[in-house]
Design a protein around this ligand. Structure first.
Ligand SMILES: [Zn+2]
Length: 401
């Protein structure tokens, strides 16, 4: 399996990247020999991958990084760059290659300081590989100041540095940055393609793979999680009961509170899994004495870690709530499909009865209004409106009648 096999339903993009990786070799050779650079090269120093959540932006960026660092001897014979087996490919994919930096953040934003550090490192020549590759998985989280720092680096890149930026859409990236990048759009893979990869790569039963691929509408990561994590399945089932429950104000408020509670429960669980160990490791690194007594002057560092964990918790909570809202949207989209009598494949076939009931008992206009209310709630959360208030406004708008 080559690195391109991990890209599900993105044949066009992987073709372009494969061609770029081939041209990249010629570019390196020309730079090394100090000969004129090849004209019309498909390789460039800054790339921007956009696509909806689940389309595989970071998987694509990593595959390209691997292809650039691929050391397979077959390459010289015209083989595909990105064999998937050599050391260059392997270490790039798992994030341990000395010349591939994978920047992902658990936080809501990427600041000026860390971006400056990154830009400084990016100026270095590659240590072992052909290129110095920086994969920034959440370029949409750069603050404006950080974006301006990055802009300088993208404008005048070191000769063998490549920036691979990922973001949901073009609008999420500063116009000055995106105009310097070659832009590739990923699309949501088909339900069938997702089911296929779950069976092939993750060994999931075909029936289950088909059901979760349908339920998540082509989001590979979520589909895999639903297939393998019972907690995620239970949470989703609870969320999808909500539309049938919200028939009076009391029920609406209760449902809103439950959504919020489930999201904080999620964040708590994630934090328990990671934070304790992280704190222990940090204490050990700083030289904690017997009984956990910390040496002088380390309080600031510990406080910084605590703040970081707190911000991460907020983000997990927000992401979890957002997933619930995406599931709800899919539910009402199914209702709308039934009302319009389209033969669109339903996401929630296992709830056919409930969907039918809602479809018969309301008008398409009412369903559209509900879908809009969910979208408005997601926007409000994005603007940092207090979550409970935003969700209450939404559940009230979902009420029957
Ligand atoms: Zn390789």
């Amino acid at each position: 399996m080559t690195v391109w096999d991990d890209l599900v339903g993105q044949e066009k993009v992987s073709g372009q990247l494969e061609a770029a990786a081939r041209d990249a070799d010629a570019l390196v050779t020309a730079v090394a020999a100090d000969t004129p650079l090849p004209e019309a090269s498909k390789m460039t120093h800054a790339w921007l991958f956009t696509g909806p959540p689940g389309s595989g932006r970071s998987t694509t960026a990593r595959a390209f990084a691997a292809a650039l660092q691929c050391t397979s001897p077959d390459r010289a014979l015209g083989g595909i760059p990105g064999c998937g087996f050599c050391d260059g490919c392997h270490t790039s994919l798992i994030g341990t290659h000395a010349d591939v930096q994978i920047i992902r953040t658990d936080l809501l934003s990427i600041g000026v300081k860390e971006t400056r550090d990154l830009v400084r490192r990016a100026q270095l020549s590659p240590a072992v590989g052909r290129w110095q590759v920086i994969v920034m998985e959440d370029a949409d989280r750069l603050t404006e100041g950080a974006g301006n720092v990055l802009l300088k680096a993208v404008e005048e890149p070191a000769p063998r540095t490549v920036w691979l930026l990922c973001a949901p859409s073009l609008e999420d990236v500063l116009p000055t940055i995106r105009s310097r990048c070659r832009h590739l759009t990923l699309r949501t893979p088909s339900v069938a393609a997702v089911a296929d990869v779950l069976v092939r790569r993750d060994g999931i039963e075909p029936d289950i793979a088909a059901a979760v691929a349908r339920a998540t509408q082509g989001h590979i990561g979520r589909a895999r999680r639903l297939a393998t994590d019972e907690r995620a399945r239970a949470r989703r089932a609870a969320v999808l009961k909500l539309p049938l429950r919200v028939d009076d104000v009391g029920a609406c408020l209760k449902a809103a509170q439950e959504l919020i509670d489930a999201a904080s429960e999620d964040a708590k669980q994630v934090a328990e899994e990671g934070d304790v160990k992280e704190t222990e490791d940090m204490k050990a690194a700083l030289g904690a004495g017997p009984g956990g007594r910390m040496p002088r002057g380390t309080a600031g560092v510990m406080k910084e870690l605590e703040d970081k964990q707190k911000r991460r918790k907020t983000r997990t909570q927000r992401d979890s709530l957002d997933l619930a809202l995406i599931d709800l949207t899919a539910f009402y989209r199914d209702v709308l499909a039934l009302q319009f009598g389209t033969d669109l494949a339903l996401a929630n076939t296992e709830m056919q009865d409930a969907l039918d009931r809602l479809a018969r008992g309301s008008s398409p206009e009412a369903t559209l209004r509900r879908i809009e209310a969910i979208a408005a709630c997601r926007e409000a959360l994005d603007r940092n409106v207090a979550p409970l208030l935003a969700v209450e406004a939404m559940t009230m708008a979902l009420r029957a009648g």
